[in-house]
Structure formats: C-alpha cells, structure tokens
Design a protein around this ligand. Sequence first.
Ligand code: NAD
Length: 343
Amino acid sequence: MLGTINPEILFLQQEDQIKAGLLDMKMILEITEETYKMLGLGQIQNPPKTHIGIPEPDSWNSFFNTMPCYIGGDYNIAGVKWAAESKKNANTPGIPYGIDISILSDPETVLPFCILDGTIITAMRTSAVAGVQAKYCAPSDTKTATLIGAGVIGETMVMSVCEAIPTLKTIYICDIDLPKAQKIAEEYKGKYEGVEIIASDDSKACAAKSELIMGETTARTPFIDKTWVKPHSAIVCVSNEADKDVALMADVKVVDYWKQMVTFKNKAIVQAFDAGEITKDQILETSDLALGKPVRTSDDQFIYACSLGLGALDITVAYKIYQNAVKMGLGSKVKMWDKPLWE
Ligand SMILES: NC(=O)c1ccc[n+]([C@@H]2O[C@H](COP(=O)([O-])OP(=O)(O)OC[C@H]3O[C@@H](n4cnc5c(N)ncnc54)[C@H](O)[C@@H]3O)[C@@H](O)[C@H]2O)c1
C-alpha cells in the first residue's frame, strides 16, 4: 500500500472499527506502551497540538485541536487527528461531548489512504494512557479504585483499569450525575471476574477508601485538593481534576508528554513548573515508564500522573484498526480524483 499513487481513501466509520477490534482494550494497552516506547526512542515526531477555543481560547464553549505526527520504525506513516469538544453536547442527548476524525497518509507520496471517525479511538486510547500510568504508579497491592466521571472516558476507564491492574477487586464509579454512574456500573456488572463495580455520587468518600483515583470529568476547575492526598496511593487524571498542591505533594510526578504539556499553561503541573516550584528533572514522562525507568520505589509513596493526549497514539491505534479492516474487507472507498487535473 505505501508508495502507491492510487488516490483511493478507505473511510472507516465507528461500526467498522468496532468490527475491526477497537474495543479490545488489551490490544489498545499494548499499542499504547509500544507507542510511548517509540516516542522515548525518538522514532516519532509529535509537535504540540494547536488549540482553537470558541469564542475565546481560554473561555471556550467548544474547541478544536489539530494533532499531527509522523510515526517511524515499522509504521512509517503520517497522520493527523482533528479533535473537538463541545460543552453544549454534554447536555444534548444523541451526540458525544468529544468528536474526532483522523487522516492517515503515506509519507512518500503524501496521499491520504484512510479517514476514520476518531471518537472511539480517542476514548480507548485516553483511558489506555491512564491505565498504563496506573499500572506503573499505583501501589503494587491496589485493590480499590475510584473512577470520577461516568461519561464516555469513564466507560473506557473501567475497561482500562480492569485490564491494567490485575489485583483490583472494587471499582467505585462516581459522577455528580448519579444515574450515569449507575448505568456504567450496571453495564459492567460481572464483565470482569472478581471485580465489583459500585456507583456513587460521593467521589471524595470513595477516594478515601481507594489506593487508585482516576479523574475523567468535564469539571472546568480542579476539585481534588491536598485533603484528598494520602500515602500509599496514586491519582491519575486525564483532565483538570487535581490542583497544583496535589502535583507538588507527589513523591513522583508523571505526565504523558512534557514537550506538549508545557505549552498548556492552565495545567496544574505546568503552573507549578512555571512558578519555579518544580523542575523538569522531577517529572517523569510516560515514555520513561514504558522504557522501564524506575517509577514507584515504595508502596508508601503518593504518585500523581496526568495526560493531555498524544496525537501519535491516535494514529498508531488507527493504523492497527485500518490494517484489520483491510483484512476483513470493511469500510467504504472514495477517491480524491479519477485523474488529477494538474500534476
Ligand atoms: N487526556 C486526554 O487525552 C483526553 C482525551 C479526551 C478527553 N479528555 C477529557 O476527558 C474528560 C471527559 O470526557 P468525556 O468525553 O468522557 O465527557 P462526558 O461528557 O462524556 O463525561 C464527563 C462526565 O464528567 C462528569 N462530571 C463533571 N464534573 C464532575 C465532578 N466534579 N465530579 C464528578 N463528575 C463530574 C459529568 O457529569 C459527565 O458524566 C473531558 O474533560 C475531556 O477533555 C482527555
């Protein structure tokens, strides 16, 4: 396929991708670790995402991010995710809060060869990154996890922690909107052997009983503060749940990708860095974890990890789904042209 001058594009909608294995969290976790290893080894170009907030960059009602990358190694593909979120969607039945689309391109001819809905890929890979961080950051005997936010990412977070933390016995799934948490608890009841899933709207009380706390909410201001912090635990957030004190109190601090994170000035860990309260050498990246650098050195430590989302991971997952879909004959084909007008 690579190097072709055939201007054919395969379009993969969500249903095709699900048939091609997208809901296999074990596979997504493996791709996630592999992608972060490649990032750490310098095989991936992933400039920081660019952000357009509407109406204003910082007080947005909706936003769009562009997330371009080149993946080297055995992949040799270029790609971009056009990622968006809308507050209005959060209260509109029938449409997700976050909606994404990705393009995969041949790096030699630069022809796009696949366009995919990126919405489920985003949910799977976001929770997979948190799952990989939890695997390395949670105490070794973690039995109880509190997941805060029972939306789309909350759904995939249940899958991710169940796969990544084999010692897990209890999950509290929490949301200010209790019926949403109850719906996920019901849906996953009995799906992971030996793991009980309990819905709650009191995330702080559940967190107090948990070694692992995961944040995946749409809260615009942090609500996890120093009163939540305790030894022998980890807090892993995909959004703005934890404040700066939480980052500062952590014995080990982890981000997904510092080069990008440092450009987002509203992130708690970046505020601590910009204020001179922590230095870069106190921060581990997820590629360090995947490459085997020591993370937790004692079960008594408190560890904080956070993520912003790596475009390259959307593209490595998308490429795997594309390869599966081609083998299975899935998707619809469209053409850029029959014959290019000018060449
Ligand atoms: N780090 C990444 O790579 C990445 C990628 C995609 C999305 N995200 C973030 O994940 C978050 C969740 O996205 P989603 O698509 O699941 O949204 P969603 O609207 O489907 O779900 C969010 C849930 O959070 C709940 N919530 C809001 N404030 C809360 C609070 N204070 N306590 C408990 N629950 C609360 C809402 O009621 C809702 O059920 C968003 O902030 C999004 O920006 C991060």
